[in-house]
Design a protein around this ligand. Structure first.
Ligand SMILES: C[S@@+](CC[C@H](N)C(=O)[O-])C[C@H]1O[C@@H](n2cnc3c(N)ncnc32)[C@H](O)[C@@H]1O
Length: 344
């Protein structure tokens, strides 16, 4: 195995990126209902809860993230509801909670520190672990993608999701190597890639290859397209949709959706923001982050059936509904002091 510096395990679940900027652009109504569609370790969510007196629905597809957010946000009691699900399911989740409009939605895309640093999750080429890369426990693993996809599909994946110019050579190297037996660890994959492409900056190339596989495994781009559409549909007039992206494929989808809505007269663009130099110096993982935000101009849904962002009085009724639904659904339910938490 080639000598690649191992990641320092920080012991920190995640450090929220552009926290100040996110709060400034997202929070506009103190009594509002906000959705954090990628709650992760709960850093942004905590910021939102501190800055408001309203409610927060936190969604994450990773049960470990939901559990961590539950610990971090427990002090906020029944102002918080945490759900283990994909953010594209936001519509159904809110409906079950009896919420028909929300004041703000945050999508902080990509992976958390915790996911990258845990070798058992298989996200990082810096540590040896199983080729997994799933954010949630279901769905195909990276091992299945690497060992089963035809060569042309791998080429396309490395090109389109990784922007990798040596896509062809890497795909061919993988197919040759798997002929001798399955590729089942991140270390194996890393060595194969490094053996076929001599590169003076292997970190960047490895990042692109691993990122491309991760995007495929988690169907991240389609999730994002769906999440943006459903997010827009549940926003109240004046509501804010904020997306933090970390690579060009994600940002393109956000930019395109926002541009289209603007042309249709549905939103006002609130701008594009980048992390400060100081933040990047303190948290190098903030490098490359791009924040885009819109404000909805057209009215939202018929609120007669449930609560809207300006009517949080109905919240507890909705939260009970969700708790009941989750309990009956067979998934383990934990109470964070008021909010429902589906841990599996
Ligand atoms: C960058 S982290 C978010 C960190 C969070 N903002 C914080 O302050 O701790 C991204 C999180 O989004 C989750 N995620 C990514 N795609 C998702 C999706 N489609 N639905 C739900 N969660 C998703 C990941 O599991 C991960 O925990």
């Amino acid at each position: 195995m080639k000598d690649i510096r191992t990641l320092k395990v920080s012991g920190v679940f995640h450090v929220p990126v552009m926290l100040r900027e996110v709060l400034e652009v997202l929070v506009w109504r103190e009594e509002g209902v906000y959705v954090d569609g990628t709650v992760g370790g709960g850093g942004h969510a905590e910021g939102i809860l501190r800055r408001t007196r309203g409610r927060l629905v936190g969604i994450d597809r990773d049960p470990e993230a939901v559990a961590e957010a539950g610990r971090r946000l427990a002090a906020f009691g029944d102002r918080v509801t945490l759900i283990c699900a994909r953010f594209s399911e936001m519509g159904e989740i809110l409906q079950e909670l009896g919420i028909y409009e929300v004041d703000g939605i945050l999508l902080d895309l990509g992976v958390s520190w915790h996911q990258i640093e845990d070798p058992d999750r298989g996200f990082s080429y810096r540590q040896d672990g199983p080729l997994d890369m799933r954010m949630s426990p279901d769905g195909p693993t990276a091992e299945e993608v690497v060992n089963r996809y035809p060569e042309e599909a791998l080429v396309r994946l490395f090109r389109e999701y990784g922007g990798e110019r040596f896509a062809k050579r890497i795909a061919r190297g993988i197919c040759r190597a798997r002929g001798a037996g399955p590729i089942s660890s991140t270390g194996q994959l890393r060595d194969i890639v490094l053996s076929v492409v001599p590169n003076s900056i292997p970190h960047k190339m490895l990042s692109r290859v691993f990122q491309a596989i991760r995007i495929e495994v988690n169907d991240e781009l389609r999730e994002l397209e769906r999440g943006l559409e459903v997010g827009f549909s549940v926003l109240v007039r004046g509501g804010r949709l904020v997306a933090l992206s970390y690579h060009s494929s994600e940002d393109r989808i956000v930019k395109e959706a926002f541009r289209r809505w603007k042309e249709e007269g549905k939103v006002r663009l609130l701008g594009r923001f980048f992390p400060s130099q100081g933040e990047v110096a303190e948290n190098p993982r903030a490098r490359g982050a791009k924040l885009r935000a819109v404000e909805k101009l057209l009215g939202g849904r018929d609120v007669s059936k449930g609560i809207s962002g300006s009517d949080v009085g109905g919240w507890n009724r909705g939260a009970r509904l969700r708790r009941a639904a989750l309990g009956a659904g067979g998934g383990p339910v934990a109470d964070t002091g008021g909010g429902a938490l589906r841990a599996g």
